[in-house]
Design a protein around this ligand. Structure first.
Ligand code: C2E
Ligand code: CA
Ligand code: CA
Ligand code: CA
Length: 276
């Protein structure tokens, strides 16, 4: 059905060029962005569901572009991943998150200072020295490994299971906790959990969004929690935006919660005040 006239063709090709150009410009700008101080981490609090004691934080990357302002990580992480830039940004994120966490103190009611949870992308997972990289970051910050959590998406782990299984085992031997992110969105999740040993899983936000309206989502969430617990795995629900969702998750024995209703991502300084 490509019978459009010449002008039409030019139009399409021009918009395509624009998309490619935007992407190339973003890649160009992203290179060196860390060094110029345009990238920073925000920290979203994670609470124990039972008593809402602060137990951790997820480190989330922010890019304040000099001309365009805040750019969504959903957009620039993908560019960083595809261009390979994540291989230089990732270690910086790991280092900064560990340094920051080393300054946190034990909040009221908690037995220890909050852990920091760092997102690791599929490409980083494939890099051969991830374990060493993490070891260096911990050592430099003098942070105990138990206080670092690494979040990997379910799909990243499943798409490269043989490699991931070995790598995760090595990571866990060092004492770092491994979490599966966006759990429930990948497929055939449950059977993989038996082979890929993890410490925790984060139920994807899409299940939590409709928790109060959709009986299927509630049933699935409850099943995931029960199954995880039977395997000794900790469960976090993310994207908790309403008290009703929190109440249900508490009733269903979900271990940890994270979301706008409990706390938005904070600057490092703001979070440090919370953990003091
Ligand atoms: P994610 O790992 O699933 O992170 C959770 C996202 O949900 C964050 O978006 C967070 O701000 C947002 N969020 C938290 N609570 C709520 C809520 O109650 N409601 C809603 N609607 N959203 C909530 P953010 O910061 O935009 O990050 C998007 C994604 O970018 C992350 O998804 C993660 O996949 C990726 N990302 C962020 N920082 C890093 C990083 O340092 N490294 C890597 N590899 N990926 C990162
Ligand atoms: Ca995450
Ligand atoms: Ca997630
Ligand atoms: Ca649904």
């Amino acid at each position: 059905a490509k019978v459009a006239g010449k002008n039409c063709y030019r139009f399409y090709s021009r918009t395509m060029d624009q998309a490619v150009e935007r992407r190339m410009r973003m890649e160009h700008d992203l290179r060196g962005a860390w060094g110029r101080g345009e990238l920073s981490l925000s920290y979203q609090p994670i609470f124990r569901t039972r008593d809402r004691v602060l137990v951790g934080a997820e480190a989330l990357l922010r890019w304040n572009h000099p001309d365009d302002g805040a750019i969504s990580p959903a957009v620039f992480i993908e560019v960083a991943e595809q261009s390979g830039l994540i291989e230089s940004i990732g270690p910086e994120v790991m280092r900064a998150a560990c340094q920051e966490a080393a300054r946190w103190r034990t909040p009221d009611g908690a037995g220890e200072p909050p852990f920091v949870s760092v997102n690791v992308s599929p490409r980083q997972l494939r890099s051969t020295d991830l374990v060493q990289q993490i070891g260096t970051a911990l050592h430099e910050a003098a942070l105990s490994p138990e206080r670092l959590h690494v979040e990997l998406t379910e799909t990243a782990v499943i798409s490269d299971e043989a490699n991931a299984t070995a790598l995760l085992a090595r990571l866990r031997e060092t004492g770092v906790r491994v979490w599966l992110d966006d759990f429930g969105t990948g497929y055939s999740s449950l059977s993989h959990l038996r082979r890929v040993q993890v410490d925790g899983l984060k139920i994807d936000r899409s299940f939590i969004t409709d928790l109060l309206r959709d009986p299927d989502d509630l049933a699935l969430t409850s099943a995931i929690i029960a199954m995880a617990h039977s395997m000794g795995i900790t469960v976090v629900a993310e994207g908790v935006e309403k008290q009703g969702q929190y109440d249900l998750l508490r009733e269903r024995d979900c271990d940890l919660v994270q979301g706008y209703w409990l706390g938005h991502p904070l600057t490092a300084a703001e979070f440090a005040k919370l953990a003091g």
